[in-house]
Design a protein around this ligand. Structure first.
Ligand SMILES: NC(=O)C1=CN([C@@H]2O[C@H](COP(=O)(O)OP(=O)(O)OC[C@H]3O[C@@H](n4cnc5c(N)ncnc54)[C@H](OP(=O)(O)O)[C@@H]3O)[C@@H](O)[C@H]2O)[C@@H](O)CC1
Ligand SMILES: [K+]
Length: 486
């Protein structure tokens, strides 16, 4: 997991750490990490460091101070460093250190965007966790910078560390080096896309529980339910699927296929005759008709005007079993939902649910996922470029391939999540949901291999996606009982 903490939390932890350390230690640790990252990037992109041109943008606060201390280190490596001061104020000691090491400096001038564009690398220290509300007008042109490698100090300037919302022009980065812990901005859509690759530098801060966490593939490998020798098909989890209808059959097949592929002990399809027949043809392993289940997948391909399927959804939601509440099941939510009910809307569906504009949800997904969680009591998994999950915790799953925005992809996620909920009744549903989203994204990457994909291929790629997770093979290995004797 990558943990993110709010600015308030980080500042409190920083105070404690500073009191126990010689003055300037944290800033020097930050600068040392920046120096190493920049030197590595320069070697990768230009073949060396000495003689390469580096522009350091230094704002008025400690973010600019970090950048200037890194400038000093890069200058000592022989890079040609120019510090451009973007504010009337600057961290004077750090500026003096950069000058002593041979960096040149001057105030930012109109047109300096071209100075930046001509550099091999630009280090963005305009503003960090003290930054608010988009780039200031004088440097707004930096949002369109094209050419050099851009490294953000702590976070891309123009963003607000505590939210994923983008409220103005931003200096997008190729790499963001952040200190102590990630901040919500690094993990949440749409801002996360402006951060590029994220590197977290440990400063030894003593931090409480995070505000937001990103689930990584290795976490999924450690948590995904594997059958034990004592398991049978029932103990592994039976998934009930209420999907499709007389006219919509594909969603039923996709959701069932995905639940089977994700490791359900058994899948039970409940629906009208036509989709039942198609499900049987595709997956003879599935059983048809009502019966006991450990989790439900409700709503893929179900019309709001289909009274029979809607009645089945109502009964399933009242049953007390965990459920994925998707698509057609999201139209008329009953009272009394709980965290074991996982709503899986995309932005348009969440907007309809809350009576707001879709663009508002897309601009700040976490705010609206939180609102839906607060209003319904359910866990909310909001699909998007970053998948945002809100339950007892706030979790994200990094963006999957853009090819995944295809018909039926949501039905597959619903099936994968249904299997996960059925097999992990004692785990936090928010964590289970995030794991399913990560696995779904990985299956999509395998099915796509950089090109178009079909949703059924994503379902079929789930077993390979699981076994390709970092740590999966190691976890499956039976510990040796000792070397054989001869
Ligand atoms: N936490 C830690 O453990 C450690 C933190 N460290 C570092 O300290 C950084 C925080 O430093 P900080 O508190 O001095 O704030 P910082 O981000 O430099 O902003 C300062 C000023 O910028 C301005 N400004 C605001 N918005 C702006 C915008 N959009 N565009 C342009 N300017 C804008 C505004 O001033 P104004 O212009 O309003 O006068 C504001 O007061 C942190 O990000 C990390 O790099 C490390 O040293 C290691 C340990
Ligand atoms: K910055």
């Amino acid at each position: 997991m990558i943990s993110a903490h709010t600015v308030e939390t980080v500042r409190a932890a920083e105070e404690v750490a500073k009191a126990a350390l010689p003055a300037g230690t944290l800033m020097q640790r930050a600068a040392a990490a920046l120096d190493v990252v920049c030197a590595d990037l320069l070697r990768d992109t230009t073949g060396g460091v000495a003689g390469r041109t580096v522009v350091v943008l230094a704002g008025p606060g400690d973010n600019g101070g970090d950048a200037l201390l890194a400038a000093a280190r890069l200058a000592r490596r022989g890079a040609a460093v120019t510090a451009l001061l973007t504010s009337g104020r600057v961290h004077t000691e750090a500026l003096a250190a950069a000058r002593r090491a041979g960096a040149r400096s001057r105030p930012w001038r109109p047109g300096d965007e071209s100075t930046c564009a001509a550099a091999d690398l630009v280090l963005d220290g305009i503003a960090g966790i003290g930054g608010r509300g988009g780039l200031r007008p004088a440097v707004e042109g930096l949002s369109a910078l094209d050419g050099p490698v851009v490294v953000a100090v702590d976070l891309p300037s123009g963003l607000d560390a505590d939210t994923g919302a983008v409220t103005g022009e931003v200096m997008a980065a190729d790499v963001t080096v952040t200190f102590g812990t990630a901040k919500p901005v690094h993990l949440l859509a749409p801002a996360a896309a402006r951060c590029g690759q994220l590197l977290v530098v440990d400063l030894g801060l003593d931090l409480p529980a995070p505000a937001v966490e990103r689930v990584e593939p290795g976490d999924v490998a450690a948590r995904w339910r594997r059958p034990a020798p004592t398991d049978d098909k029932y103990s592994r989890g039976v998934v009930g699927v209420v999907a499709g209808g007389p006219d919509y059959t594909g969603a039923a097949v996709l959701a069932v296929e995905a639940a089977v592929r994700a490791g359900a002990g058994m899948v039970r399809y409940v629906g009208p005759a036509h989709p039942t027949e198609l499900v049987r043809q595709r997956r003879p392993e599935a059983v048809a008709g009502p019966g006991r289940v450990q989790a439900w997948v409700l709503g893929p391909g179900v019309s709001p005007d289909d009274p029979e399927q809607q009645a089945r959804i109502r009964d399933a939601l009242a049953s007390g079993e965990p459920a994925v509440v998707d698509a057609g099941a999201l139209h008329d939510l009953p009272d009394g939902l709980g965290p074991h009910h996982v709503l899986t809307p995309h932005a348009g569906e969440l907007a309809r649910l809350l009576g707001v504009e879709r663009s508002a949800v897309e601009a700040d997904p976490l705010t609206f996922a939180r609102r839906a969680h607060a209003e319904t009591g359910a866990t909310v998994l909001l699909k998007g470029s970053v998948t945002t999950i809100v339950g007892d915790r706030v979790l994200t799953a990094a963006s999957a391939t853009d090819w995944l925005s295809t018909a039926g992809a949501g039905d597959v996620l619903a099936g994968v999540l249904g299997a996960a909920l059925a097999g992990r009744p004692h785990d936090d549903p928010a964590v289970v949901a995030a794991d399913a989203a990560v696995l779904h994204g990985r299956a999509a990457a395998l099915a796509s291999a950089g090109g178009p994909l079909a949703a059924l291929d994503v379902a079929d790629a789930v077993p390979a996606a699981l076994t390709s997770l970092p740590g999966w093979a190691e976890r499956g290995r039976v510990p040796s009982k000792g070397a054989p004797t001869s």
